[in-house]
Ligand binder design. Structure first.
Ligand code: FHN
Length: 481
């Protein structure tokens, strides 16, 4: 323990000294106390399941539920907030919302076509909302009547999706909201004995539903928890820890991120000592780290919406809608910083994926069809960051890529190799036969010349080959705790 405390202090000192914590999610104050329900592991998980997770690169998020029926509108009124939250927006009658499931009959829903589209886009994993904060279950749970089985649609949606995505070779992760506005025992905070009694029943229900999900869908690779920020849940360190262990015993290698359980002091994501609770950091929602130091050496995913903040279907997207180039840049940036990028889709009440999402999926898929080699199985290369874009490196083969988003007018792309590492060759991934000119500027500093013709409006990938000392992985090692 003393040795660990010393390492904490050393890292804290180095981090502050080097100004590394600027964007960090990790609590800045590092202490070392004994915790029963804090992190159970320091550093990354190294097993084969987590290695598979790490190499996904691109994932798809699906937010679907009865909120897709109003699609951000009620009684002719436009609700600008996140569509999946409409039940809680001022002016929305709760009773009306709670009866919407009686209209849930998505006749156009075709799990196979969703899965095929995701595969064509290049997604290697999918996160599906089994139930969101409203508590409506997309599987026929035996622990509540508020499920798809009681809707006119009747059929098990999660079952169909798991089957279809499994068939496409896309790993399935189940999203599960701890917040459940439909359960009588659910409370955001526990203020009375009565609250506590009701909450005990809610905890049992939560456990039963999770066990039920993993029993029904044993090919599940992980659980993506949400809605764990309430004071009531933050008191449940012991319960959540035991539940996590029980679930992990059910599925070998089960992956659970940092949004699930608090430590005994109610800290989430990072425990009182500043160590990550869970298998990867789940705090990068609609934002991304800028440097490898920001990631604290942890695995992480970034979940991203296409418009500013709509997860469920909103029929009226206002404001900026991201382009495929922006999304591809986020994907590559995530991979270059050892993370996964998960793009959200919010199908409508009939089960259609909206045309904007379909178009973006196709554009990303076209790019991935040529360039996914620079994404899958790739991670961070600790070379000096350049303005043209991002380096990625294949973790197994060491093959190195430059993913170029901004070509300088000169066409000269600067590359600074680590000491004793010579840049020998550069070619376009798309046309390996086209070798690019390399000019040595100074020691370890080169220009690679390439100016794509004016018709090129997508990022391109250059493969580079070096000789000498090999790649310097120092930063990654330094960040590991
Ligand atoms: O409140 C939810 C939100 O609706 C959405 O599901 C996102 C997805 O990460 N999670 C919560 C906000 O963090």
């Amino acid at each position: 323990m003393k040795r660990i405390a010393f390492i904490y202090l050393l890292i804290t000192f180095l981090s502050f000294g080097m100004g590394l914590n600027a964007q960090s999610h990790k609590p800045e104050k590092r202490v070392s106390v004994n915790l029963e329900h804090g992190a159970h592991r320091l550093g990354k998980r190294t097993d084969k399941y987590m290695q598979t997770w790490r190499n996904y690169g691109l994932g798809q998020f699906i937010h679907w539920g009865v909120y897709a029926i109003p699609g951000g509108h009620w009684d002719g009124k436009y609700y600008p907030g996140a569509a999946e939250w409409i039940r809680s927006w001022k002016g929305m009658p709760k009773d009306a919302y709670d009866n919407l499931y009686k209209q849930f009959n998505p006749k156009k829903f075709d799990a196979k076509s969703w899965a095929e589209q995701a595969a064509d886009m290049g997604a290697r994993y999918v996160i599906i909302t089994t139930k969101h904060h409203d508590g409506f279950c997309l599987w026929p749970s035996e622990y509540t009547d508020y499920t798809v089985e009681k809707s006119p649609y009747k059929k098990d949606i999660i079952g169909q999706l798991v089957e279809a995505y499994d068939a496409e070779g896309i790993d399935v992760y189940l999203y599960f909201s701890i917040i459940d506005w439909n359960h009588p025992g659910y409370r955001s905070s526990l203020k009375s004995e009565e609250d506590r009694e009701g909450y005990e029943a809610f905890k049992k229900f939560t456990r039963n539903q999770l066990v039920e999900l993993l029993t029904r869908y044993p090919s599940t690779k992980g659980l993506w928890f949400d809605g764990t920020w309430d004071p009531a849940w933050k008191e449940q360190a012991e319960f959540a820890d035991a539940l996590g262990e029980e679930l992990r015993e059910m599925v070998p290698g089960l992956i659970i991120g940092s949004r699930f359980r608090p430590d005994e002091n109610g800290n989430r994501h990072f425990d009182t000592n500043g160590d990550l609770i869970g298998d990867y950091e789940q705090g990068w929602e609609r934002k991304m780290p800028n440097t490898i130091e920001d990631t604290n050496g942890n695995d992480w995913d970034c979940v991203m919406t296409i418009p500013e903040n709509q997860w469920g279907y909103h029929s009226d997207w206002r404001g900026h809608v991201k382009t495929s180039n922006e999304l591809i840049e986020m994907l590559v940036k995530a991979v270059s910083l050892d993370g996964n990028f998960v793009l959200n889709f919010g199908p409508d009440g009939q089960g259609n994926i909206r045309p904007e999402e379909t178009e973006l999926a196709a554009e990303i898929g076209d790019w991935m069809a040529i360039n996914s080699e620079a994404v899958y199985g790739c991670g961070h290369l600790a070379w000096e960051k350049e303005d043209w874009g991002y380096y990625t490196v294949n973790r197994k083969t060491g093959k190195t890529y430059m993913v170029v988003f901004n070509t300088p007018v000169s066409g000269a792309l600067r590359v600074k190799t680590p000491k004793k590492n010579r840049l020998e060759k550069a070619y376009l991934l798309e046309k390996p036969e086209t070798e690019l000119n390399i000019e040595k500027i100074h020691r370890d500093e080169y220009f690679i010349y390439h100016k794509p013709d004016a018709s090129v409006n997508k990022p391109f990938v250059i493969v580079i080959e070096t000789s000498g000392a090999g790649t310097d992985d120092g930063n990654y090692q330094k960040a590991k705790t």
